[in-house]
Ligand binder design. Structure first.
Ligand code: PAF
Length: 270
């Protein structure tokens, strides 16, 4: 079957009406790497069709953040999607996503207030707003999100549950490079020197996950490794994201202008 590139909402709706079988959806902001492609592969295992959207969503960026610099490389992205076997890509424009202009219409709720929510208070409302709209347009049976954005996955699960959406939300494991750095489109911002520091993050988190060091020691090690700033590096409960009954480590740290996030289960806790 030929690869299909959909641009308009009308085209998307006609395509959807004529589609048979199970549809898996992978929403992205492009600059695709192996992490995104693993989500497509997960979709192909679970459904007969996979559609990927590529849309850099303005409402999840604060004015001082990297919306303008966010890497945009559509032709390269499409080539990768074809190679991995996705059948369809949707490249929405802002008019289709935000017919009344970019504004928040879906609030993310309590689980969004901690961790990322403390440092990027605008972020999750932007994500729930865009994902709800993408779901409404694509009408998938399944949607797949990376566990790399662990809190985002929980926020979307929560939204799907409270809105009683008939969509199965699947989390797919983090893909790491050969040095353990979690793949992210923003890794492209790292200089060679910064990369050498960045790869210490998962090593220090692993020591904390193993119970070898505590939160205070992890912060100290991160600063010694030369990270510029730590937004958080802490243990939380993976379902509630509260400090009670911790079984998961989550971190967000800065290297120059680049913010890295990562997470992993605590090995010492069964
Ligand atoms: O994870 C992302 O790339 C984005 O937050 C998402 C889910 C595509 C919404 O814009």
């Amino acid at each position: 079957m030929a690869f299909k590139k959909i641009k308009t909402l009308d085209e998307l709706q006609t395509w959807r009406q004529n589609l048979d079988g199970k549809l898996a959806f992978v929403p992205t902001m492009g600059a695709l790497h192996d992490g995104h492609l693993s989500l497509v592969k997960e979709g192909l295992k679970r459904a007969s069709q996979v559609i990927v959207s590529i849309y850099v969503n303005p409402t999840q960026f604060a004015p001082h953040e990297d919306f303008d610099q966010y890497p945009r490389q559509i032709e390269d992205d499409i080539r990768k999607l074809k190679e991995v076997g996705a059948q369809t890509v949707w490249l929405p424009d802002t008019q289709d996503i935000y017919p009344n202009g970019p504004e928040i219409t879906v609030h993310a709720g309590e689980i969004a207030k901690t961790l990322e929510g403390e440092f990027r208070p605008h972020f999750f409302d932007g994500v729930t707003t865009v994902v709800a709209r993408l779901f409404e347009c694509v009408k998938p049976d399944i949607a797949i999100f990376g566990e790399k954005d662990f809190q985002q996955l929980q926020v979307i699960r929560h939204m799907a549950e409270t809105q009683k959406l008939p969509i199965e939300i699947i989390g797919a494991p983090i893909i790491r490079d050969e040095n353990g750095l979690a793949l992210s489109s923003r890794n492209a911002y790292l200089s060679v020197e910064e990369y050498k520091i960045a790869i210490q993050l998962n090593r220090i988190m692993k020591e904390m996950a193993d119970g070898q060091i505590d939160e205070k020691q992890a912060h100290q090690k991160l600063l010694e490794a030369d990270f510029d700033k730590i937004d958080y590096c802490c243990s939380r409960n993976s379902a509630t994201l509260k400090p009670e009954n911790p079984n998961h480590i989550l971190a967000a740290v800065w290297l120059g202008k680049t913010r890295l996030i990562d997470n992993m289960p605590m090995l010492a806790v069964k």
